[in-house]
Design a protein around this ligand. Structure first.
Ligand code: TXE
Length: 483
């Protein structure tokens, strides 16, 4: 399973060039150079993919959970066997450290597939017995052809997070990965061919969001859209899908608070906080980009945190000692750098980082930003209200729970929040009052795939994970039979 410089669409079990025969340059962010081409697909390619998915639906949906389970497990095994190729592809596409792709992205991708392949074996619904009259039972049937659109930060991890439950529940799919990071989705199509996934069950169409992605959202024969990406794009998709009455799952942006009380376990907190601030170059929607520290601990925290951040090794993602790789694209690097400039204009003090890092040799044109810590900003300035989605965090002191809750809940987002305290009553109080879909106490990114995953406010609509995902990808039908 090798890199193919010329990625093709995966439609009806075959690898095909786009009808337009035009292609998009695919950059390696670590060197700033084009390393492959991807299809510049349009609504014609999407139309073919929908037809393929419609053809495949009757057989796949009636195959039975046991046989769908087996095919999905075969795909997971192939991904796991080819960990090295998948991880190298993920690192080359995203700029993330190879070590991270190997330890997180790809293992989680095949775990996603196995999780839903097995969940479907235990997926049940409910029955409601009426004393004298009738028995009700709920059928949960697959929707048909569904659309899955995923982002560039955790490409295969989030792509399989959608694909797996949709397939396990018996749907067929038209999917589009981000045009910035298509390679592992392409390798997944090779794995599907090798696993013997029936043609048309999964179709992957590569291309731009506002062309290929939009064509998927607009297509009347696609019954549901599962999307992860930016809040603005989520709003565009909702506007198109709503009047077409499509089911929608939107996992969007975040501006997550990391709230640190003086009574916390300092060593656990500080090592986790470096990770929750800068993992994947800060390009995880769950990163804690606003750090609030109880006043009496603030100076001790600031000194130790900045010292550790300065030690993070920025470099070639393929080097084993690299902690921080490149951000995903030139335009994203410019966006993140513009927010650092904004922070300075708003009165922020840059304690470390704050600029692009120019490497030597092959990486000299790569998109590297030094991990950046900024203090001295008010909670309601733009830097603390808008999603930056890069290696940039702000820190600020607080005195009371009410005060930090006001700060934490002050943004339009509500994806996740982290709280560090040994006081269990305080942990419960904070968890109840924080406006977020996911609350971590004395930990970060601890993930049980059975739990509901998603945000409130502008961080999204709906939940992924466990039964939530299987229920999203099925339609509930109540059958009532008179005794
Ligand atoms: O997301 P986009 P991007 C945030 C983060 C980032 C911002 C934009 O702040 O800076 O979103 O990132 C496809 N119809 N997150 O550019 O544009 C697009 O091709 C249909 C948070 O990745 O939303 C890609 O496949 N599809 C997020 C996918 O949508 C469209 C992770 C995401 O692209 C489309 C990533 C359209 N009109 C970014 N426009 C998270 N929650 O984890 C684009 N796409």
């Amino acid at each position: 399973m090798k890199f193919d410089k010329n990625i093709r669409n995966f439609i009806y079990g075959e690898l095909k060039a786009p009808i337009s025969n035009s292609h998009i340059d695919n950059y390696d962010p670590s060197t700033g150079t084009v390393y492959s081409k991807i299809p510049d697909s349009d609504e014609r390619d999407v139309g073919r993919a929908v037809k393929a998915a419609q053809l495949a639906f009757p057989h796949w949906s009636s195959l039975g959970v046991e046989r769908r389970f087996r095919v999905l497990l075969r795909i997971a095994d192939i991904v796991e066997q080819h960990l090295e190729e998948f991880a190298l592809a993920e690192s080359t596409d995203t700029g993330k450290p190879l070590s991270l792709a190997k330890s997180v992205d790809i293992p989680r991708a095949h775990a996603n597939i196995r999780f839903f392949a097995t969940s479907i074996l235990h997926f049940s619904s409910e029955s409601h017995q009426m004393e004298k009259e009738a028995i009700n039972f709920t059928l949960r049937q697959p929707l048909g052809v569904v659309g899955c659109i995923s982002p560039w930060n955790l490409p295969l991890y989030l792509f399989t997070w959608k694909i797996a439950p949709a397939l396990a529940a018996g749907n067929t799919i038209v999917a589009k990965p981000s045009e910035l990071t298509p390679m592992t989705a392409y390798l997944l199509s090779l794995a599907c061919i090798e696993a013997g996934l029936p043609p048309g069950v999964l179709n992957i169409v590569h291309g731009y969001g506002n062309k290929t992605g939009q064509a998927i959202v607009e297509h009347d024969d696609i019954k549901a859209i599962s999307f992860t990406g930016g809040t603005n794009t989520g709003s565009t998709i909702a506007r198109i899908a709503a009047p077409r009455f499509k089911k929608l799952s939107l996992e969007l942006g975040g501006k997550n608070p990391n709230i640190i009380f003086a009574d916390c376990d300092f060593d656990k907190m500080i090592s986790t906080t470096v990770r929750s601030s800068f993992a994947n170059q800060g390009q995880i929607c769950l990163c804690g980009s606003r750090i609030f520290v109880e006043s009496q601990l603030y100076n001790v925290f600031k000194e130790e945190f900045v010292k550790r951040v300065k030690k993070l090794n920025i470099g070639n993602p393929l080097a084993t000692k690299t902690d921080q790789g490149a951000v995903v694209s030139r335009s994203h690097m410019e966006k993140v750098l513009s927010y650092i400039e904004l922070a300075k204009q708003e009165g922020g003090i840059v304690l470390c980082g704050g600029e692009r890092v120019i490497m030597k040799g092959k990486q000299k044109d790569g998109y590297y930003i030094a991990p950046t810590v900024i203090e001295g900003l008010p909670h309601d300035c733009r830097t603390n209200q808008e999603e930056i989605f890069g290696p940039v965090v702000t820190i600020m002191p607080f005195n009371k729970e009410e005060e930090v809750l006001k700060y934490a809940n002050s943004t339009v987002y509500g994806l996740s929040a982290t709280v560090w305290t040994k006081d269990i009553d305080r942990a419960h109080r904070m968890a109840e009052k924080l406006e977020a879909g996911i609350i971590w106490v004395n930990t970060w990114m601890t993930r049980d795939l059975r739990t509901p995953f998603g945000g409130v406010k502008n961080s999204g609509v709906g939940r992924e994970g466990g039964l939530e995902a299987l229920r999203f990808f099925t339609e509930a039908k109540n059958v009532c039979i008179r005794y």
